[in-house]
Design a binder for this molecule. Structure first.
Ligand code: FMN
Ligand code: SF4
Length: 507
């Protein structure tokens, strides 16, 4: 069991947990450590110890025996077939729980949007794709406490009136799949999933049925976008669909569907068990509760940390993360998964870990993946690596995304090789502008936003990688004057071939 989580004692953290991220940092000599900024205390702190990750370091925490021994499934048992579903939706709405998959949409509100009286079945689709670079939190629930998720699924399905839930997992989560699959089977064997769950359906009362299907993806970032995920569950390519209609109206197989993240659904059980006031004692007014953050990059103790929302970002980095490695200086922080615009150290000093603070700094809390970049990181190479990722992951349906991500990668590649052209900084900014808000899903925005952030705060790093203007002028002369002339002459058989002119250029 984890100890109480307080600064210097990060409870259920997993220092050294696998880190992901599309950034690179060159090895170079260390420099002296900066003085850590004192974190500003927004309000008296209510003590917090991990909730979602409380048991993950205990042996066999993934088994049903372990879960039942700690009171597991008792919350579902006391509500399924007993409490009015609308009461549970209101409770979750009142708790202020916001989706943990990235957008932070209020969960209870989303549930209340589910279309009713359609004559079609309603579905729950749980998003465990977790492909956002820098994000590795859901896998700990899936691998080490899958019954916590299954109980959340039971309660959510009962609340929204769904008899069938799909849990979609990133293809690479092999252990997570095995453990979740085993958890669903174990719950089935105990009558907690299946027909007439929890002994409902007797004494003239209607039974409650629930099927849970675990689906594995094939490893594509776009299958985390909710409609892409639904397409993939339906058996098609993971192509996002135009919204509206939103999934709550027409989702899986054209039926009303609620899509929620693994962490969101796992939190539901605890909120229903302990109530609204319990949840709201932590966090801020608009971002109540707690959240799992994934800390990676240049910190001494990268890992998964569950903390109350609203704590200073500096506390996460300096206390939970132990500060920067080898006394290096911070250059920037990517605060909410790779799509979140970058923060400078000055912005980090002002930032608290809640949705509003990050939005006020022009970025986002996103999936809670915090990547710290130190002074040795080559920002231009980091953004090139980032753009390679988005170009590779674009599904290709929309021209601004398919072409835009390709162009961003191509131009960033020039900078990466110290061969930026005059005007390339402006070209990158222009491509980003033309990508945003013009596509079926927001992957195009997710690619443009980090580039815009890097250009805004680290423009000098790009400018330093523009090749000698004389060389660029020589290239222009070749492209605009020599090459067309050569083509004309060689077409008439009267002049040098383009090959001859090319070798002249190479001199
Ligand atoms: C390109 C892209 C990738 C996404 N990847 C994930 C993901 O891996 N997991 C996730 O829960 N949400 C992901 N989302 C957000 C989902 O579309 C959706 O908002 C979320 O699953 C809703 O759950 P929530 O309300 O509980 O946050 C992604 C969105 C986009 C645009
Ligand atoms: S924005 Fe990109 S990823 Fe999204 S649907 Fe269009 S092409 Fe596909």
């Amino acid at each position: 069991m984890a100890e109480e989580q307080k600064p210097g004692n990060p409870g259920a953290a997993i220092p050294g947990a696998a880190t992901t991220g599309a950034v690179s940092s060159a090895a170079a000599p260390a420099s002296p450590a900066p003085a850590a900024a004192a974190p500003a205390e927004p309000k008296p702190r209510v003590p917090f110890s991990p909730v979602l990750l409380k048991y993950i370091n205990e042996p066999n925490s993934h088994t049903i025996e372990h879960y039942l021994a700690r009171g597991g499934y008792e919350t579902a048992r006391s509500h399924v077939g007993v409490t009015e579903p609308a009461t549970l939706i209101k409770l979750v709405d009142d708790s202020g729980l916001r989706g943990r998959g990235g957008a932070g949409f209020p969960t209870g509100k989303k549930w209340s949007f589910l279309a009713k009286g359609t004559g079609k079945p309603a579905y729950l689709a749980v998003n465990g794709d977790e492909s956002e670079p820098g994000t590795f939190k859901d896998r700990y629930i899936l691998e080490r406490d899958p019954h916590e998720l299954v109980e959340g699924v039971i309660l959510t399905c009962y609340a929204i009136g769904s008899k069938h839930a799909f849990i979609y997992l990133r293809g690479e989560f092999i252990l997570g799949f095995e453990r979740l699959h085993a958890a669903v089977e174990a719950a089935k064997a105990k009558g907690l999933v299946g027909k007439n769950i929890f002994g409902t359906g007797h004494d003239g009362k209607p039974g409650v049925d629930l099927t849970i299907t675990v689906v594995r993806g094939a490893g594509a970032y776009i299958c985390g976008e909710e409609t892409g995920m639904l397409s993939s569950i339906e058996g098609g390519r993971g192509y996002p669909k135009i919204k509206p209609p939103f999934p709550a109206v027409s989702g899986l197989f054209g039926c009303p569907t609620i899509v929620n993240n693994v962490e969101t659904i796992s939190a539901v059980t605890h909120i229903i068990k302990h109530g609204v006031a319990w949840h709201k004692q932590w966090g801020t007014e608009k971002s109540p509760g707690f959240k799992i953050f994934c800390l990676s990059g240049a910190v001494k103790k990268p890992g998964v940390y569950e903390v109350p929302l609203g704590i200073p970002m500096r506390e996460m980095i300096d206390v939970y993360g132990g500060g920067l490695k080898d006394g290096r200086k911070m250059k920037a922080v990517i605060p909410g998964g790779l799509s979140a615009p970058v923060l400078t150290p000055e912005m980090v000093d002002k930032c608290t870990l809640d949705y509003e603070s990050l939005a006020s700094l022009g970025s986002m809390l996103g999936s809670g993946g915090i990547t710290v970049l130190d002074e040795q990181v080559d920002m231009v190479s980091a953004i090139y690596n980032t753009m390679r990722f988005y170009h590779h992951e674009s599904c290709g349906q929309c021209t601004p995304c398919r072409e835009g991500t390709g162009w961003l990668e191509k131009v960033a590649h020039r900078f990466h090789h110290d061969e930026g052209h005059q005007g390339d900084v402006e070209l990158l900014a222009d491509i980003c502008k033309n990508m945003r808000g013009r596509t079926i899903c927001v992957l195009a925005d997710a690619a443009a936003m980090p580039m815009q952030g890097f250009l805004q705060y680290f423009k000098k790093d790009f400018e330093a990688k523009i090749k000698d203007p004389a060389f660029v002028e020589k290239q222009r002369t070749y492209r605009d004057e020599i090459s067309p002339k050569a083509k004309t002459l060689s077409a008439t058989g009267a002049g040098p071939s383009a090959l001859d002119v090319g070798s002249e250029m190479a001199e």
